[in-house]
Design a protein around this ligand. Sequence first.
Ligand code: GCW
Length: 680
Amino acid sequence: MKKTLLLLMLLHCIHNLQAEDGYELWLRYKPVENKALLTAYRQAITAVQVSGNSATTVVIKKELALGLNALLQTTIPFVSTPTGNTLIAERGLSENLKDLGTEGFIIRSKTINGKKCTIITANTDIGVLYGVFHFLRLLQTRQSVQSLDIVSTPQTKLRLLNHWDNLNRYVERGYAGISIWNWHTLPDYIDTRYIDYARYNASVGINGTVLNNVNANAEILTPVYLQKVAALATIFRPYGIKVYLSARFSAPMEIGHLKTADPLNDTVQQWWHAKAKEIYALIPDFGGFLVKANSEGQPGPQTYNRNHADGANMMADALAPYGGIVIWRAFVYDAKASDRFKQAYDEFTPLDGKFKTNVLVQVKNGPIDFQPREPFSPLLEAMPHTPLMLEFQLTQEYLGQGTHLVYEAPLFKEILEADNGMVENVVKGIAAVANTGNERNWTAHPFGQANWYALGRLEWDHSLSSSQIADEWIRQTFSNEPKVVNSIKEIMLSSREAIVNYMTPLGLHHIMGNGHHYGPAPWGYNTGRADWNPVYYHKADTAGIGFDRTGLLQYKPSVQQSYAGNEQYLLWFHHVSWLHKMHSGRNLWEELCYKYYAGVDTVKAMQQKWNQLEGSVDEERFRQVKMLLAIQVKEAIWWRNACLLYFQTFSRQPLPANYEQPDHTLEYYKQLNFPYAPGN
Ligand code: GCW
């Protein structure tokens, strides 16, 4: 008797923790384990009525059937008129819909004809879809659905992913395999991944995707490729996702065979008008163009002595008749600039107010380039007459790439909340460089998924905390067990500060290996261009370390002051003596050592916490994360030792004796070489 019982229990455990490959991301819809809660859910949801028959309605029905049946382990019938306790997804109720716009939704518990119902309603089918995903999230995170009164509208209108995917499927700065877009087999072969991609994005409210790399190939605008793009647009449309393309400024020359791409040239203008007409004939709801111009070798209007506004406005005119937009990137810098920090500001602020109304200027979150910590880009507050998009990077080019666990929500929040929320208030849209690839679990590192999730949730609602978002994501992705939720949350919430500390503490920046940006190389000085060399950014010498930007007047005085007094940004703005007294009482050198060691210690603590979860999360993902954390610990130590040994040649002070001493020499670290590091 005892034996049988034991066997049954074992079977039960195995069943719950089946190996998972991570493909389903946060839409796993695992059966509700708690009997009382399951009963409550089953009593609350006995039938579903969905009105309408649009393509989005079909999607809504599919998702509800998939989610509810799996979560509640029973078949919930769809009915044509409300009966019993019914979940209704329908429009046109006399609810207060007027403030919801085209994407907001209401979820409300109501009693209709004596029957308890949950109404999910909106002005559009897409709004209902968002409401349905929200409702399923409540079930997935095991919250009560008895008396709901939720009104939700997105805070940001444009909520985009930017893919840096090339037409040959190589992903620039991609660490999760090759591109998910198989251009060769499109438009005839529709990979189910395309549909799932749309589902996952819609489930967190993402409503647009730029399919190709900003270092763009003009071919994407040829008729053959536009057919392929149209096929993807057709798949994404029912999910409320618009397709955008990165457009190469010189496309009129490359595929149009014109002699110039000068934005003020009539023939060039006509070419873009004709191109827009051709695109909209195929894709009536095409979102628009994203353009990287006159940056890192890309062509642009300056080639013809025109400015960014001339270029952007010319393209915007072509798209305007169809409601399309131009998103013009402000990521510009060149070898001549005295400080890369300043260049975007200097080039763009004189153009404020000069852009057409359907142009948005897209600004990276920081003035340099997606570093572990940057002050917000001063341009974000310096363009009051220009709609702005904010650009983040999900793919972890400078954050440990494919192998480090770094939860980015705290980074996103730090920028959004900067200057008392001024930054979040000025942006009309948020985009992020995608971290997806054809790896089975989409992002290679299982925790890369959390950054994709967090982006969508924060684009919709900036007020969500990093902790709330992590909580939701863990419950849907791993488990609702409090022990598991809490441990993973602790790991996630400590991870961002950890990487700042073991890579670039106290305001250091851009000291990664050249080109691939993998690993530490603070000694790098020979790329032939000052601003591509780490030594340009840290400026260490025997007197001290840091980039003196004290005369920088790009921020308003209050912001300037708050950065000046914040040690987290010390070396961003000041060249400081090694003996400078820090708030902790330590001198700068000691503080630097302290931070680098603290970073490694945090990663070791993350590793320990994870190892304790063995048996509480499925074996497959447990092992993946375990191996990745081991790499992260190793690389954090590498970063710490290499940086401290190098900076020590200037500080000429010892590493505090109570710290674990480096096991290699500086020479050893300097000769490490990674010609095939990925993503470059
Ligand atoms: O961060 C840098 C990357 C480049 C990228 C560029 C950009 C697409 O190293 O790979 O190019 O930024 O944002 O345009």
